[in-house]
Ligand binder design. Structure first.
Ligand code: MG
Length: 324
């Protein structure tokens, strides 16, 4: 038996009966040779980590636009926090940690520049709308990922219904991560003060982000152990929803003043109009893959980092100095 086969046998012997096993994966769209060392889900995790879209997450907004401070989250650090929380929960529940990690690392690869403001802008520009979870699957189409990883990525949003428990772990871990780290960043930016947070939520979950994440992960593990479902306990679901609603009202709505939102919408709309009317300015690989000009323009813009979008905008629409 090679190392991969040993690992596959280990999964069969030691993981929960409800865990996804790499030996019984539904497989990939295109046939691919198996690795001697890594399981199919480990291969997917590595493919995601090595792709360009993963590196671009470093310069994409989480909540704060191109933050000047070194301590604010970016889409990359958010992704790593989700992966860490999800792996802890998956391991405790005897689920497939490799599948969980692959889904977590890939879940936001299709996120636009400028966070959800960018996503909302693209959503209004495309005839069929734009959703970052679907874009994450489009972005990874070249990677020929397994069905389970693609399903988990596609279904990580609140409305999603993943096929695997590992997908559910990531979906909950994403929420646990962003609610707490966005509160933490909002406090850092002095948009919120800790004593403003809903008292009931803090009394039960904890006074700090660290304490709340710890409580939520333990609740998920306690409530889901031995079951064929993964969820938080019903009381905690209600408390977390209150905290999320508070965050939406007091941070996301206030953080970007209407004028900043408008600037981002205008910037992305003008880039979109430019690339629709100048498809020859799109990278060759994008044009070859997609013959719908609006979709190709959206694919290009969605892949941009905040700073690259602003650079392109300046190059296209701003006069430049004459260099003799
Ligand atoms: Mg996320």
């Amino acid at each position: 038996m090679n190392l991969r086969e040993q690992r596959e046998q280990y999964e069969l012997a030691h993981l929960s009966p409800f865990a996804a096993k790499s030996i019984t994966t539904k497989g990939r769209s295109l046939p691919a040779e198996k690795c001697e060392i890594r399981t199919e889900f480990q291969k997917d995790r590595d493919r995601i980590t090595h792709c360009k879209a993963f590196r671009r997450l470093m310069h994409k907004t989480q909540v704060f636009i191109s933050p000047e401070g070194d301590h604010y989250r970016t889409r990359l650090t958010h992704t790593l926090e989700v992966a860490q929380i999800a792996r802890t929960a998956a391991r405790a529940l005897l689920l497939n940690e490799d599948l969980t990690e692959a889904i977590a690392l890939g879940h936001d690869l299709g996120h636009t520049p400028f966070g959800h403001t960018g996503e909302d802008a693209l959503d209004t520009l495309l005839p069929d709308g734009f959703r970052h979870n679907e874009q994450s699957v489009r972005v990874t189409s070249d990677l020929n990922l397994t069905n389970e990883v693609r399903d988990g990525i596609l279904n990580h949003r609140t409305s999603g219904n993943p096929e695997t428990l590992e997908g559910w772990v990531v979906k909950l871990s994403d929420k646990i991560a962003y609610i707490n780290h966005d509160i933490d960043d909002a406090i850092r930016a002095r948009i919120l003060i800790p004593t403003d947070l809903p008292k009931s939520a803090c009394e039960i979950l904890g006074e700090t982000s660290t304490a709340r994440i710890d409580y939520l992960v333990r609740d998920m593990v306690r409530y889901s152990t031995g079951k064929n479902t993964v969820s938080l306990s019903p009381d905690v679901v209600v408390i977390l929803s209150e905290l999320r609603a508070y965050l939406f009202e007091n941070t996301y709505a206030h953080q970007l003043h209407q004028s900043e939102r408008k600037k981002i919408q205008t910037l992305l709309r003008l880039l979109f109009e430019y690339y629709i009317s100048h498809p020859n300015k799109l990278p060759d690989e994008l044009r070859e893959r997609c013959d719908d000009p609006a979709q190709a323009a959206a694919d290009y813009i969605a892949g941009m980092t905040d700073r690259f979008a602003m650079k392109r905008f300046r190059e296209i629409y701003m006069p430049s100095a004459w260099e003799a």
